[in-house]
Write a new protein. Structure first.
Length: 422
């Protein structure tokens, strides 16, 4: 939980208006954090200022942190100590979920840091003497695709998850503001918009919900496509599927539905609200509308008390569903969560072994996904041009292309071994 007496942010003046400021911005964690860092970049970096990847050369270092796992905590704190030691003259601002949850640990790593909790993240440009910038993003620096934050906050209360304690308030960006932001990004030539939120399916604007948002954004003029980030399986309603199908020309048939476990007993201990059978039925309904969709998931390996039989139930479910790929996470004991106090905490060797088995399955699933796509023609967006031209298809297959088709959307013929011909 956030500390009871947070260190209040204070004004941090720029050096002089005629001297460019060198900024180092580092993001840890989810797409919402990536969006928020980009919003900070637009709010901080004025004409003549410099973004640098070298924190030792920076005047100001801003870390936007994650705290979903212990590893995320360690990564951020390690970098913070390094900055504090190697560039003691730098002004340091730490925000995000670690800053919200563990201010004391942040200040132990960098005593001079200014700690800004999530709820005050928007105030950072003002703290640094920069004029506020109204509206949404104008572009997404260094990315072909643009993340668009539409929602924040989670109140689900899964027993393993720290997010509801560091992002507890449900918030949705109004429809009109989202339409304006997306119009600007499309006009700037962004070929793909990725809607993201901590709990994307909880987006609301008056009486409107996510299916309405999909319909409205896909009606915007321009040559672009719309993708959704992670959804909960309960969001895949008949109304949602109808809206997505009707927007098919611009809607990416790619879905990320975290299952976490294939064992009903483990799901219950996790505080998840569905069982394996419900999950499979919703996937069946989805595939009835989008038979060739990319379907990805998250799986938590080694939840407290998970038996070999329960883990095998997870492997069996993943194989039955036939996901296109998965992200495997070792269970991480997060302070203050109900699961942290459960009996049956598993040793590191078991966590590593089960996560390894999931990664092996992931490689097999992704190979099958690529093989099934061979011979098809898909819409794609180039994401990297050096050292190789790589692109992502509408159903989220990563391809190496034979040549650079230029900016914007393109059509590619999918070949063997995840290669594509323009």
């Amino acid at each position: 939980m956030p500390s009871s007496s947070p260190k209040r942010p204070c004004f941090i003046p720029r050096n002089r208006e005629d001297i460019p400021v060198k900024y180092f911005l580092k993001t840890f964690g989810c797409r919402v954090n990536q969006y928020e860092t980009e919003a900070l970049r637009e709010g901080l970096v004025s004409d003549g200022d410099v973004l640098t990847d070298d924190f030792e050369a920076a005047d100001l270092c801003v870390l936007n942190t994650c705290s979903v796992t212990g590893e995320a905590d360690r990564d951020a704190l390690t970098l913070l100590r390094r900055i504090s030691r190697r560039n003691p003259a730098a002004r340091i601002v730490v925000t995000g979920c670690l800053a919200t949850r563990a201010e004391r640990e942040v200040l132990e790593a960098a005593p001079s840091a200014i700690v800004v909790p999530n709820r005050e993240k928007d105030s950072i440009p003002g703290l640094l003497g920069c004029a506020p910038r109204p509206g949404g993003l104008e572009r997404f620096h260094g990315h072909a695709r643009a993340f668009v934050k539409v929602q924040d906050g989670c109140d689900m209360g899964c027993t393993y998850c720290i997010v509801p304690s560091v992002r507890p308030e449900l918030w949705s960006k109004p429809l009109e503001a989202l339409e304006e932001e997306c119009r600007g990004l499309i006009a700037a030539g962004v070929p793909e918009l990725v809607l993201c939120g901590i709990r994307l399916g909880r987006w609301r604007s008056g009486t409107l919900s996510l299916p309405d948002l999909i319909a409205r954004l896909c009606r915007l003029p321009g040559d672009f496509r719309l993708r959704l980030s992670s959804l909960e399986v309960s969001d895949v309603s008949a109304r949602f599927l109808k809206a997505a199908a009707e927007a098919e020309e611009k809607f990416c048939p790619s879905f990320h539905l975290p299952v976490q476990s294939g064992s009903d007993a483990v799901l219950k201990r996790m505080g998840r609200w569905y069982n394996a059978g419900y999950f499979e039925r919703r996937v069946e309904a989805l595939r009835g509308v989008f038979p060739g969709a990319g379907l990805f998931t998250d799986v938590l390996a080694g939840f407290p008390g998970e038996t070999e039989k329960e883990f095998q139930e997870t492997l069996d479910l993943l194989s039955r569903v036939g996901f296109s790929g998965l992200h495997a996470f070792r269970y991480s004991r997060r302070p203050g969560t109900p699961a942290a106090g459960l009996e049956g905490q598993l040793p590191e060797s078991v966590l590593s072994g089960r996560a390894g088995a999931l990664r092996t399955l992931d490689r097999r699933l992704r190979t099958a996904f690529a093989s099934a796509a061979a011979g098809s023609v898909r819409q794609a967006v180039v994401e990297e041009r050096s050292p190789r031209v790589t692109a992502t298809t509408d159903h989220f297959l990563r391809l190496t292309l034979d040549r650079d088709p230029g900016p914007g959307l393109c059509w590619v013929e999918v070949g063997p071994a995840a290669r594509g011909r323009v």
